[in-house]
Structure formats: structure tokens, C-alpha cells
Design a protein around this ligand. Structure first.
Ligand code: 5CA
Length: 438
């Protein structure tokens, strides 16, 4: 991608109402533009990162056995009357009337709709266990939308819903998602700690929030320090291994403010391991049994031929919020430092003298070779001065910068810089390329 043909509207300074660093950097790096309070347009660079995050979330859901579908953003109010949540949800729900005076709403979540889909088609326990997910825009008319995509009104969520014949198997489904979340956040370059959480308007009695520690987080959290450094569990776990992963983490104290019990924290955690911090909730999982299947009559015939209400759980990831969380966790004074897995481009090739034929030819050769090796390349072919180019490359956080200028070219070298460490080396192009693909 040639920067001269791209659309990257960067800003020198962040608007003064952007209070936290991730919001400031998302505006400055041209990732988003606010259209209304809590509602954002995703500009090309932001969209690239959003899509990468979405894809990692999708792959980990599929590896855990969940099946993707896509439900609409608009839902009938009548469906929500069946569960009793239409009235209970309150002013956070955006209610809409169509030309036929039918009441609709912009979905804040999808328990009712997915339960309706399930009951329309599934009649036997033989189809279970089943886990259906989608990645779709949600709307919640938050009282205080703030911090950019962190607390938006319109936001992208991955929501999965599990269906099981009984509580014991539903708890296994819950633990499978618990492990999938640990793998997901680790691939995104984040250390997310599962913490016992309140269930709020979703309901149920078993719930964990996945929290990324950051000073700008909205929640106050308390946990055993050892949880932060635990490795992701990996894939293809047996039921015993899943139980082990779940037990090893839940044995250590970790709770959000609403669930915090100071006495239990002190009793369970050595003083040096007690961590009280602020955190960003990037995922939230719930087991709620028959809360929706009972009123909505989502039943299957069991092995004995008797109809039973299915046991359900729901599992959310804040896909758009994750951009903010990743930036909070990974930036410096120069700008964003994207983890390789979600970076909008793998490498930016910087042409130090765009008017020079030899330099431009060398840059184009580098771009073509890197693209041929499957790399996403942003080519800064603009006639901006070098200082400005370096500042933009740092700001947008692409993991590698490959700089080619007349002096280096005369010596047969290019400069390769790793954004995260600032480390630079001058090497021949061949060597720079093998480091980039290595
Ligand atoms: N139905 C359940 C699970 S699918 C549910 O809606 N859970 S939730 O309310 O906890 O939301 C899931 C995730 O969406 C949260 O963990 C958070 O990361 C993200 N999220 C929630 N509200 C917002 C918001 N206003 N802006 C951005 N992300 C949000």
C-alpha cells in the first residue's frame, strides 16, 4: 500500500476531550473518527486492526468448537418480552419503531434471539453440546460514553452462546470458553486475568470477567500477582486438563470491586502477592442455566424421551474495546506499539528521498519482495521530510520500519528498526528481508 494513495489522516495533537492515552493515540494515528458521543467511524488503519483482532477471536472460538453465524442488529421487542427483559433493560436500550408501528430495538446482546433460533431447529439432545457465536455491532445507550472505543455506545462484540442438556455439561462448556479466552488474549499480546464477577442484567450464578491491568481501567480489581504471569493453556485440552486450567486459576484470589471480600483476599493471599489495581474488562462469561430457556421454552428431548430445558451460558469479548486495551498496554512517548499479531501492517518501508530514482527503485524492489513473501507492507513514498516520516511510522506503531536513503544505498545497506525496542541495524536488503520473514 502506497501511503501517497492511502487514507491516513493523522493529527499532530489529540483533541483536548480525549482523556486517556489510547483514545488520544487512536485519534492521532487516524484509526477512528467520532461521529456522535460513543459512536465512531473506523478509518482504514483502524479497520485493519479491528479485522485482525476479530480474526484471532474467531479462530480461537472455532478451535474451541463454537460455530459462527450472524444475527441482525435489529430485534423485535416481542422477543424480549418473552424473557421479561424488554422492560427490565431500561434506558440503555435503544428502542425503535418502524413504519408499521412495530417495536424494535438495536440489540445490546443476543440471548433471546439465539434462544429463539435454537428452539426453532433443535429438538433432540443429540445436537448437543452446541455453541453458536457471532461478531456483530451492539448498541447500549451508556449514560457516560467515554475513553473512545473503550466505553462506546455502538461497539463490536463477539458473543457466543452455549447449549447443554444439563448443568454438569454446561459447566464444562463454560470452562472450555474460559480456556479459549486465555488463549485468545495471549495471542493478542495481552495479560488478561480472569476474575470472579457480578452477573448484572445477563443473570446467572457463575461469571468471570477477563481483566487487563492498566492504570486507566474503569474497574478496581484485586488479585493474586501470580495470576498475571500464568501462561496460556494451549489447545485440544481433555476435560481433565480443562478442569485443571480452571481450578489452577480460580484457586487464587481474583475479584472485581463488586465481588471483592477484603478478609478473604488477606486470608488467601500472601502479602507480597496481593495486587490491587485498575483494570479494563475485555471479556465476560456467564453461566445462567435455564434463565432464558425456561421462559422461552427452549427444550430438547433427552435420552429418556422427556423434554428438558437446555442449560445455557453466554460469552462476550469486547472486540472494539480491545484496540483501546492493547494500546493502553503497549505504547510509548512516540505512539502505538502494536503486537505483531494485530498490527495493521507488518512493515513500513520508508523512502528517504522520494524524488530519487535509484532510492525509489530500491524501495519498490523491497516492497515487491516483502509482499511476495506474504507481508503486509505500507510504503511511505510521500515527499514529507524524513523527520515527519519517522514520527508517523512511530505513531502508527507498525512493528518494523525499513528505511532506504541515498547514503545507505551507496554503501549497499538499508536500516531496519524494531518499533518496540527502538533497536536499529544497518544491513544489506537481503539480510533485512530475511530478518523480517524469519
Ligand atoms: N451477553 C453477554 C455475554 S455475550 C454480555 O453482553 N456481556 S457483557 O455485557 O459483559 O459484554 C461483553 C463485553 O463487551 C464486555 O466484557 C466488554 O469487553 C464489551 N463491552 C460491553 N459494553 C461495552 C461498551 N459500552 N463499549 C465497548 N465495549 C463494551
Amino acid at each position: 500500500m502506497r501511503l501517497s494513495r492511502y487514507f491516513l489522516p493523522t493529527l499532530k495533537e489529540a483533541p483536548s476531550d480525549a482523556q486517556i492515552v489510547s483514545h488520544q493515540l487512536m485519534l492521532r494515528a487516524g484509526l477512528i473518527k467520532q461521529e456522535a458521543a460513543g459512536i465512531y467511524a473506523w478509518l482504514p488503519l483502524g479497520l485493519r486492526v479491528l479485522r485482525k483482532i476479530e480474526q484471532i477471536v474467531r479462530e480461537e472460538q472455532e478451535r474451541a468448537g463454537a460455530v459462527e453465524l450472524l444475527m441482525p442488529t435489529l430485534q423485535l421487542a416481542d422477543l424480549w418480552r418473552e424473557s421479561g427483559r424488554y422492560d427490565a433493560y431500561g434506558p440503555e436500550m435503544l428502542r425503535i419503531t418502524d413504519r408499521h408501528e412495530r417495536e424494535l430495538l438495536y440489540g445490546p446482546t443476543n440471548e433471546e434471539m439465539v434462544t429463539d433460533i435454537f428452539r426453532s431447529f433443535v429438538k433432540s439432545y443429540k445436537a448437543l453440546p452446541l455453541n453458536l457465536f457471532h461478531i456483530q455491532w451492539k448498541f447500549r445507550d451508556e449514560r457516560r460514553p467515554r475513553f473512545g472505543v473503550m466505553r462506546g455506545r455502538e461497539f463490536l462484540m463477539k458473543d457466543a452462546y452455549s447449549f447443554d442438556l444439563d448443568e454438569a455439561s454446561a459447566r464444562i462448556a463454560y470452562k472450555r470458553m474460559f480456556a479459549a479466552y486465555l488463549n485468545t488474549f495471549s495471542r493478542l499480546g495481552l495479560k488478561a486475568v480472569p476474575m470472579r464477577a457480578d452477573t448484572g442484567p445477563i443473570g446467572g450464578d457463575l461469571s468471570h470477567e477477563f481483566i487487563v491491568l492498566a492504570d486507566t481501567g474503569e474497574s478496581e480489581v484485586f488479585c493474586d500477582r501470580k495470576l498475571v504471569e500464568m501462561e496460556a493453556p494451549g489447545h485440544n485440552l481433555s476435560i481433565e486438563q480443562l478442569e485443571g486450567v480452571f481450578d489452577a486459576r480460580t484457586a487464587l484470589y481474583a475479584a472485581t470491586e463488586e465481588m471483592h471480600d477484603a478478609a478473604a483476599f488477606e486470608a488467601q493471599t500472601a502479602e507480597g502477592d496481593r495486587l490491587s489495581a485498575r483494570g479494563i474488562e475485555v471479556g465476560h462469561i456467564f453461566y445462567f442455566g435455564t434463565k432464558y430457556s425456561a421462559p422461552m421454552k427452549a427444550k430438547v428431548a433427552g435420552p429418556d424421551g422427556q423434554d428438558t430445558e437446555v442449560h445455557m451460558g453466554s460469552y462476550g469479548v469486547g472486540v472494539s474495546r480491545l484496540l483501546g486495551a492493547i494500546i493502553e498496554a503497549s505504547h510509548d512517548a512516540g505512539g502505538i506499539i502494536w503486537p505483531d499479531s494485530v498490527a495493521p501492517f507488518d512493515v513500513v518501508v520508508i523512502n528517504l528521498r522520494a524524488g530519487d530514482e535509484a532510492v525509489s527503485a530500491a524501495c519498490e524492489e523491497a516492497v515487491a519482495r516483502l509482499e511476495g513473501l506474504g507481508k503486509d507492507v505500507l510504503y511511505d513514498d510521500t515527499d514529507e521530510r524524513p523527520g515527519g516520516k519517522f514520527a508517523t511510522a512511530d505513531l502508527i506503531g507498525v512493528p518494523w520500519q525499513l528505511t532506504i536513503g541515498p547514503k545507505g544505498l551507496a554503501d549497499g545497506v538499508v536500516e531496519l528498526k524494531r518499533r518496540a525496542t527502538g533497536e536499529k541495524i544497518s544491513v544489506p536488503l537481503d539480510e533485512a528481508i530475511s530478518r523480517l520473514v524469519g
